[in-house]
Design a protein around this ligand. Structure first.
Ligand SMILES: [Zn+2]
Ligand SMILES: [Zn+2]
Ligand SMILES: [Zn+2]
Ligand SMILES: [Zn+2]
Length: 557
């Protein structure tokens, strides 16, 4: 190669590198515009950036055809990036309640030509009216007035209601009824005319709070089962954020709560106002998030406790596996299929256990009594050591632990490392295990596990099938299973079904006297426990939904 060819190659590479960096910077700054704080009253729509539209798409503000832009999660309007502020000011989003037309603090200015909400904000409507969004209506939808396909169009025309998802032609709209019955979402949604909001001032900041909730008149009490969706947008590698976006399009905004901005307890707060109905909570996240939400249910004393269902977005997802909600989710969400699964799910009871830890006085260096609630399992020794190593490294270098599959590989690596290190050797000499007031004679072991559900450590079923010598493991019998682990290698063998655990019994309470520090974990949260007396006893039973429907059995509506 001559010198000039090298020069040319360098120029071409630098050129591409420059454009690559510039496009990444552009995307970064573009995406920052969408990260607006939640519950910001000034905010109009809930924008999600769309990199490229695959179908011909028209801006709801200017009417021009656009290739990229922003789409509102709630009402579905689409605008070019430079019209976001104009659209926020001029086009009302989905109504939250009867007293406030949308998330705006001030009433939206007179109806913009590109929206056709028929709501008159001066009159309290006894029902909710269709919220028609003009344009970008899927061509394969049928018009509810003339029953003919909407068809494709080369401009902003035809309407779709952002509540009931019905579509009408431009000319058919005036023949359509005004009242929106929420379509096939009516059993799940809290329509805006059933909610009264008021503004509260907290430390000089205005916050919208729910004042009252009524049952919609077009649904019977036994059918109306409002759904609350809880997820942390930062978890699940972007999946949780996508799920929240999707549900904002189907439900009332107050039914979709981002746990990054509020705790489950405050998310459940307004549900106290629901009339006496069965309501449901969909939690998207790992076992830790599910445990957090179940604890919030405990605070709903004397209220009707909701039924819980799960979208598995964690690393282990053991509870989700046992309840039939899957081993892990990634990719797109089919909201309608999820709702079908929830409506056909069975209500089952889940035992929950109380873990009390009292540090020994002579070694008490500022340690205080600890009380935890266990839904899945608790362990002491080698299994907790592996979780602890994983946890420490994740805290130090979170960037390497963002993907569920990679996390599983890391977990495997720490397990393998412990086969050589054997950090929990001779655990039997560091503690006394007392089951039903009898001290258990332990062989040389490295771990003890208390198991409430049949799945452990991300899908392993160590207790085994019920048989002549193995009592059946159930999650609602007010009994838990106790077994011991010989080593890290034993865990690896259990995972592939090449070994049996050392079964110590099926009991309703247990005590451990711990003489030296040892790693412990409860529902995947590990820590190092100093010398202490540990007790596991019955706490209560939660009502959870168990799914039996396969995704392929869902029927499209
Ligand atoms: Zn909107
Ligand atoms: Zn409608
Ligand atoms: Zn029509
Ligand atoms: Zn049990």
């Amino acid at each position: 190669m001559t010198n000039s060819s090298w020069d040319l190659l360098y120029t071409v590479i630098s050129f591409f590198l420059f454009f690559y960096i510039m496009s990444k910077l552009y995307q970064f700054f573009r995406s920052r515009r969408y990260q607006l704080p939640a519950e910001d009253l000034k905010k109009g729509h809930w924008w999600t950036m769309v990199e490229v539209f695959t179908e011909p798409t028209f801006c709801n503000y200017s009417g021009n055809q656009i290739n990229d832009g922003a789409c509102c999660d709630c009402c579905g309007i689409i605008v070019a990036d430079n019209f976001i502020c104009n659209a926020d000011a001029a086009i009302p989003c989905k109504q939250l309640s009867r007293s406030y037309p949308s998330c705006h603090t001030t009433l939206p200015v007179a109806s913009h030509p590109s929206t056709a909400s028929t709501t008159d904000t001066n009159i309290t409507p006894p029902t909710t009216e269709h919220h028609w969004i003009i344009g970008n209506v899927p061509a394969d939808l049928k018009c509810t007035v003339c029953n003919v396909l909407i068809g494709s169009s080369d401009k902003l025309c035809h309407f779709k209601c952002c509540w009931c998802k019905r579509a009408v032609h431009m000319l058919c709209k005036k023949l359509s009824s005004n009242t929106c019955d929420m379509g096939h979402m009516k059993d799940w949604v809290v329509p805006p005319h059933c909610i009264e909001l008021k503004i509260n001032r907290v430390k000089g900041r205005r916050r919208l709070i729910v004042q009252s909730v009524e049952k919609p008149s077009n649904v019977t009490l036994d059918r109306w089962k409002p759904l609350l969706v809880l997820a942390n947008r930062k978890s699940g590698n972007g999946d949780a954020s996508l799920l929240l976006s999707k549900f904002r399009g189907f439900l009332n905004l107050i039914q979709v709560v981002d746990l990054h901005d509020s705790s489950p307890t405050s998310a459940l707060e307004w549900c106290r106002l629901l009339p006496n109905v069965t309501w449901r909570v969909l939690v998207a996240g790992g076992d830790g998030t599910v445990a957090w939400v179940l604890s919030a249910f405990d605070e709903l004393a004397h209220q009707r406790i909701p039924q819980l269902c799960v979208v598995p977005l964690g690393t282990g997802n053991d509870l989700s596996r046992v309840l039939g909600w899957g081993t892990g989710h990634s990719g797109d969400f089919d909201v309608e299929c999820m709702l079908q699964k929830i409506s056909t799910a069975n209500v089952i009871r889940l035992d929950r256990w109380r873990l009390d830890i009292v540090p020994k006085m002579s070694f008490n260096l500022g340690f205080t009594n600890k009380r935890l609630i266990i839904n899945n399992y608790m362990s002491i020794g080698v299994d907790a050591q592996v979780a602890l190593n994983f946890h420490h490294h994740r805290e130090m270098r979170p960037i390497f632990f963002r993907n569920r599959f990679i996390n599983k590989l890391w977990y495997f690596t720490y397990g393998t490392k412990d086969v050589l290190d054997r950090e929990c050797k001779d655990l039997d000499k560091k503690l006394k295990l007392i089951i039903e007031d009898k001290i258990v004679d332990l062989p040389s072991i490295e771990g003890i596990v208390v198991l409430n559900i049949s799945s452990w450590g991300g899908g392993c079923r160590p207790w085994g099938e019920a048989g002549a010598n193995i009592p059946e493991s159930k999650h609602d019998d007010k009994l838990f299973e106790v077994f011991a682990l010989y080593s890290s290698f034993h865990i690896a063998q259990l995972r592939v079904g090449l070994a049996e655990p050392l079964r110590l019994g099926q009991v309703s309470s247990l005590k451990i006297m711990l003489f030296e520090s040892a790693p412990m974990q409860a529902d995947g949260e590990p820590w190092v426990q100093g010398p202490s007396n540990i007790q596991v006893s019955f706490y209560n039973q939660a009502h959870v939904l168990a799914n039996s429907l396969d995704a392929s059995q869902c029927v499209s509506q």
